[in-house]
Design a protein around this ligand. Structure first.
Ligand code: IMP
Ligand code: MG
Length: 173
């Protein structure tokens, strides 16, 4: 299997997640019903690190989406697993691994907003700014990256590379 080139090291990831956790904890100071909602599967490592470092009371839940494409091709979004918690009345922070065209995030924010949360904000670890095609809003961002295929820290290519502890670059399919 192709060896990824390191784009963002473990150390840099840790430092940035600490900063994000600090900013998010400031944002939700005094809030006692924060629900951190991760988008599976790509979010799993980022969620574990981020939710651990928050200093405000929080609950953790997940939903899962899938696009029809198998590897690197984008397709329409499907909700394949819904939350266990009812989001109505909660302060929801939606956490995703990466925003590419923004289709996923836009679909999810619309879906969740319709359920009347007390508030809804979004946090994504990576953003490919030049690829954005929607006006999906992101409130907290880890890193802006160029338009390359990235893997590791939860992100995959055809389900490989997910468990790498750093963000690497590989060729797209
Ligand atoms: P969007 O709906 O176009 O914003 O795409 C978001 C989803 O595409 C992410 O949640 C990822 O699952 C996937 N994705 C986009 N770019 C990459 C990448 O470089 N590596 C791994 N997954 C990616
Ligand atoms: Mg994803």
């Amino acid at each position: 299997m192709e060896m990824p080139e390191v784009l963002i090291s473990e150390g840099l990831i840790r430092k940035r997640v600490e900063e994000l956790a600090w900013m998010i904890s400031e944002e939700y100071k005094g809030v006692d019903n924060l629900l951190v909602l991760g988008v599976l599967r790509g979010c799993y490592m980022f969620m574990a690190d981020l939710t651990r470092m928050l200093t405000v009371p929080r609950q953790v839940d997940f939903l899962a989406v899938s696009s029809y494409g198998d590897t690197t091709a984008a397709g329409p979004v499907r909700l394949i697993m819904d939350t266990r918690k009812d989001v109505t009345g909660k302060h929801v922070l939606l956490v995703d691994d990466i925003i590419d065209t923004g289709t996923t995030l836009q679909y999810l924010t619309e879906t969740l907003k319709a359920r009347n949360p007390a508030s809804l904000k979004t946090c994504v670890f990576l953003r490919k700014e030049e690829r954005l095609e929607t006006d999906a809003k992101v409130d907290f961002i880890g890193f802006d990256i160029p338009d390359v295929w990235v893997v590791g820290y939860g992100l995959d290519r055809g389900d490989d590379y997910r468990a790498l502890p750093y963000i690497g670059e590989v060729s797209g399919d």
